[in-house]
Design a protein around this ligand. Structure first.
Ligand SMILES: Cc1ncc(COP(=O)(O)O)c(C=O)c1O
Length: 498
């Protein structure tokens, strides 16, 4: 291994102390690297940097184990943005030429493989790009906790109903020939009988009328929202939604290049002054609301609150996307008119079967004013994000099943019972926890004073979804009580008392 005579820190080449010299020693005789002058005249710039570093390694001007200047310092020397150096380092790291040591810096690999790395695609670059959201670490912890669980975990972090509460609809009769015949009833907006069934449900529940509206079947509410964003907005446009909100951690805004602005939820509904400020400052194009059993707070906006929000949005010509995936679970006496019924021409309504029949059902729908509906249909076809006919036919059978209505009533009663049991346990064991008992749904939103509550509860094998996932701080968390049956309730009480 050739060993150069010396190196100076001013030269930005500090040897790995373990291999050669003590860091910071001023050693004589190493060739000077003039980073800026030696940069090959090619574009993009990060590629010029990777070529330069490869050449320096080949020419033994950078030695195995040697530390490179910090990214920020190298960026100054090369007169480029730091992100350009970051990208070059990522590529060289993926190729095995450099090694990144957390908290220490970037080093030339002790076994550089110049010959084998050729023009290999740097997949790391793609992966690094998708890992940047702040709540990712929590999502990872949740996955990990479930993967390591052997049945001891009390999972209050679930997004949906437990299997045991999903309505029992028995056998749904479908023979293959019948399914093939059903395909003849496929229209642009989906399977016609399913469109009809869903329309009937909304009309019977007096939620809204379908006159001058288009009802489109999609692969769930999330996909519906994606379709709305892709069809109506441009990259760089802005939308607003509540804080805390499920939408805070949704990947679809990043995927579509849409900026998001959270507007605080208050005990009096949405903070309208903050909404107005966001509208004026950020040119908000859409307001996305989940007014019934809001995820995560479980709250229902009152009629007056809905009317005030609508009035403000109408004065700025801002449409509302109403996400009503929990609408199925509202008891008759708690129903509040939907935004859609209050302003059919200004609202795009979304719902799905995920919170009722299981999230893998992947059937949702959009109700939009006709002209918008046509646009959504065009984009849906163009992107080929049309839900499977088999799922649509099955969903239609499920919704028309004689047990459907009674099963929903049974479900809401069971949910109310579990809510009462779990809130009683919380009050008894943790009187300092603050929450408003929701009228239904399956989420409890708890605020307390311990900023490490997620880890504290995890240590007791209780899994919750922490506030940062919803855009708030670590003192709040969401607890799904739907899966907490009698046995789990007893365990919950015991663990919370400790
Ligand atoms: C408010 C809200 N909207 C949409 C969704 C996603 O629904 P789907 O599974 O139909 O895409 C969820 C799921 O948690 C939700 O809470």
């Amino acid at each position: 291994m050739p060993l150069h005579g010396g190196i100076t820190t001013a030269n930005w080449l500090v040897f790995n102390p373990a291999n050669y010299y003590t860091e910071g020693n001023q050693l004589e005789g190493l060739p000077m690297i003039n980073w800026y002058a030696d940069l090959p005249p090619i574009k993009p710039k990060y590629r010029a940097i990777t070529q330069l570093i490869k050449r320096l390694i080949e020419d033994d001007k950078l030695l195995p184990g040697q530390r490179l200047p910090a990214e920020r310092e190298l960026a100054q020397l090369l007169k480029v943005d730091r992100s350009t150096v970051t990208r070059a380092f990522l590529e060289l790291t993926a190729n095995g030429l450099l090694i990144k040591k957390t908290g220490s810096g970037t080093y030339v690999s002790t076994l550089p493989q110049i010959a084998s790395q050729a023009d290999k695609v740097n997949w790391n670059f793609f992966l690094e790009n998708t890992e940047s959201r702040g709540d990712q670490a929590y999502q990872q912890r949740l996955l990990q906790a479930r993967a390591l669980d052997h049945g001891a975990l009390i999972d209050g972090a679930a997004n949906e109903l437990p299997m045991g509460l999903i309505p029992e609809l028995g056998a749904l009769q479908l023979d293959w020939h019948g399914f093939l015949l059903a395909q003849k009833q496929e229209q642009d907006a989906g399977y016609q009988p399913l469109i009809h069934t869903i329309g009937q449900i909304h009309t019977n529940k007096k939620q809204f009328h379908l006159a001058n509206q288009t009802l489109i079947i999609a692969g769930g509410a999330q996909q519906s929202l994606l379709l709305v964003l892709r069809s109506l907005l441009q990259v760089g446009d802005a939308v607003a939604f509540a804080r805390p909100s499920y939408f805070n951690s949704s990947a679809i805004f990043q995927a579509t290049g849409i900026h998001t602005y959270p507007v605080p939820l208050t005990s009096d509904g949405l903070d309208l002054a903050a909404l107005e400020e966001a509208i004026l400052k950020h040119r908000i194009k859409l307001l996305i609301m989940n007014p019934t059993f809001q995820n995560p707070t479980g709250s229902i906006l009152t009629l007056e609150q809905r009317q005030r929000i609508l009035k403000l949005c109408q004065s700025y010509q801002i449409p509302i996307v109403e996400d009503d995936v929990f609408g199925w679970l509202v008891a008759k006496q708690d129903e509040v008119p939907t935004f859609k019924s209050l302003a059919p021409e200004n609202v795009i309504y979304l719902s799905s079967l995920s919170k009722l029949l299981g999230s893998s059902t992947r059937i949702g729908w959009i109700v939009a004013p006709q002209a918008i509906g046509q646009r959504l249909l065009q984009v849906q076809k163009k992107l080929d994000i049309v839900p499977s006919m088999l799922a649509q036919v099955m969903a239609n059978l499920a919704l028309n099943n004689a047990s459907f209505e009674p099963e929903i009533s049974k479900l809401t009663a069971q949910l109310s019972h579990r809510r009462d049991q779990v809130t009683a346990i919380f009050r008894e064991c943790r009187p300092d926890w603050r929450f408003t008992t929701p009228k239904g749904g399956f989420y409890l939103w708890v605020t307390q004073d311990d900023p490490d509550i997620f880890n504290q509860l995890l240590a007791q094998k209780i899994l919750v979804k922490p506030g940062p996932i919803y855009g708030t701080d670590k003192r709040s968390f969401r607890f799904n009580f739907a899966g907490i049956d009698a046995k789990k309730q007893q365990q919950l009480r015991e663990r919370l008392k400790n």
